[in-house]
Design a protein around this ligand. Structure first.
Ligand code: BES
Ligand code: ZN
Ligand code: ZN
Length: 493
């Protein structure tokens, strides 16, 4: 899919079809040529409303406001309505509102995210026919806003949306294809494609050297051996160091604490945190952000077998803490414990883990929302406001000292499950907190993406299946961080 910029008026641009966004039911804009037809159709220009007029080669879509997610949703609806058509080229005009750059980004993101489909395993491919999208900046030129801004906005939005779709592709891939070794190859591909990106892949021997007793135990029963994947993006003179840690359980059967059949389906998505961390790193490198970024991925399969780890086992994590296993289905936290220890050796300024960690988080905040946890209110606030801009939904879940006590074990330093059935998303995060060094407490954020990472039905501009949860929010957060720094530098100058 190629995006072109034109300063011509929308009506002068050649294309098979035009997308027209109707803002807040206003049918009196110059781009609306079929007001009467729309009125006949009772099209009111409400959010998510679509009117496809094939003879006029126009798709009208409603948006309640210029809110970025309204714009993303509207264009994604437009794409959906013509997905099966033979149209190759599309044109669309950019409204000049308070922030035209924001609108431009939202349009590009909405089109790319909305046009994704997963057909890797279908005999008949259903991919979208759209090849070129011409964006008219007729109003940009009138207002002399400068094309450079628009070009940059389009390029950035393309990166963010494409790496989100990359994450979806990895998560949707079936466990027999996307094994830990294959996930490592995907990471290696990113490093080969990009300057300044390196990939290290550690096998079981490496993990043994690193004394990752918890991570090793989880992967032990699988035929597909675990990998510790470490991607690094290092630009010249980085201004800060960000480390993203991803849960890469390529399949979660539950282990000996086997999941019931209906809960096992879709557990191929238990590698969503890993896919997100890889895409964030790729995005950061493509955006050429001035930060050193690391993605640490614990890739393994949680299976049953004669040498499987068991409830009652006591594991020794990389930091020396002993863990009583009471449920082998609470495996993500064991993998992350060792990966977080490894990550902290890099002395990060910011440490973020992404994981489909608990069903309890889905119970708490619903399918669509990421649970945000951590000690630093400031950091949580930052990431959540960037998430909102990105179109991702978040909710904060609070720590407290009483929940922390529920992880006590009578035989080891800590148990891998809480003694209560309540507050499971938080107790899982508090388990991880045991592996965060004091000096890093305020640098750490835990994102539980168990809900939004994989949903069986279409929602908004997301298709059924993987959504790439975590990718856009973290990339927006990194971008916002960059803005803050450059404003700070300007003030100092
Ligand atoms: N991968 C699951 C969490 C999950 C559940 C992700 C639903 C996506 C959708 C995790 O490993 C798990 O099984 N957690 C258990 C923890 C429990 C045993 C304390 C859970 O949530 O039930
Ligand atoms: Zn599990
Ligand atoms: Zn899991």
């Amino acid at each position: 899919m190629e995006f072109l910029i034109s300063e011509k008026k929308v009506e002068e641009i050649q294309a098979d079809c035009e997308f027209v966004i109707v803002i807040d039911g206003n049918l009196d804009h110059k781009w609306i040529k079929e007001k009467e037809d729309l009125e006949t159709l009772s099209f009111e220009g409400k959010s998510e409303e679509v009117a496809f007029l094939p003879h006029q080669h126009r798709v009208y879509v409603g948006a309640d406001s210029f809110d970025r997610d309204e714009i993303r949703l509207s264009v994604a609806q437009a794409v959906k309505s013509i997905k099966k058509s033979k149209y190759n080229s599309i044109k669309i005009g950019i409204y000049i509102d308070k922030c035209p750059v924001t609108n431009t980004k939202a349009i590009v993101e909405g089109i790319i995210l909305g046009s994704y489909s997963f057909d890797k395993y279908k005999t008949e491919k259903s991919s979208c026919n759209i090849q070129t999208i011409t964006i008219s900046l007729e109003d940009y030129s009138e207002k002399k806003l400068g094309l450079a801004h628009a070009k940059k906005a389009i390029a950035e939005a393309q990166i963010v949306a494409n790496v989100t779709n990359d994450a979806k592709e990895i998560v949707n891939s079936v466990p027999d294809d996307m094994t830990p070794a294959q996930l490592a190859l995907e990471a290696d591909k990113i490093a080969n494609e990009l300057d300044n990106v390196a990939c290290f892949i550690g096998d079981e021997n490496f993990m043994q050297e690193q004394e990752m007793g918890a991570f090793l135990a989880v992967g032990r029963a699988s035929e597909h051996k675990p990998r510790l994947i470490h991607l690094t993006y290092k630009p010249k003179n980085p201004e800060a160091k960000f480390v993203f840690v991803g849960k890469g359980v390529t399949y979660d059967s539950g282990g000996l604490s086997l999941k019931p059949s209906e809960h096992m389906v879709s557990m191929k998505a238990d590698k969503s945190g890993a896919a997100a961390a890889m895409s964030i790193l790729k995005g950061a490198a493509e955006l050429e952000l001035p930060f050193e970024v690391h993605a640490i991925i614990g890739a393994c399969e949680n299976m049953v077998g004669g040498n499987a780890y068991k409830p009652d086992d006591v594991l020794v994590a990389k930091n020396g803490k002993t863990i009583e296993v009471r449920n082998t289905d609470a495996e993500g936290r064991l993998v992350l414990a060792d990966c977080l220890c490894y990550a902290q050796e890099l002395k990060p300024d910011y440490l973020v883990d992404l994981a489909t960690l608990t069903g309890a988080c889905v119970v708490a905040v619903g399918d669509y929302t990421t649970g945000v946890m951590g000690h630093s209110g400031k950091l949580k606030h930052e990431i959540m406001s960037s998430a909102t801009k990105s179109g991702e939904l978040t909710g904060s879940l609070p720590f407290n000292r009483y929940l922390k006590k529920l992880l006590k074990s009578s035989v080891a330093d800590i148990s891998n499950i809480s003694s209560s059935r309540y507050g499971g998303a938080i107790t899982a995060a508090l388990f991880l907190d045991n592996f965060i060094e004091d000096e890093n407490k305020d640098k750490w954020i835990h994102l539980d993406i168990a809900g939004p990472a994989f949903i069986e039905k279409d929602w908004g501009y997301n298709q059924a299946g993987a959504s790439g949860a975590g990718v856009r929010m973290c990339l927006y957060w990194l971008k916002d961080h960059q803005h803050k720094l450059s404003n700070h530098h300007k003030k100092e100058a």
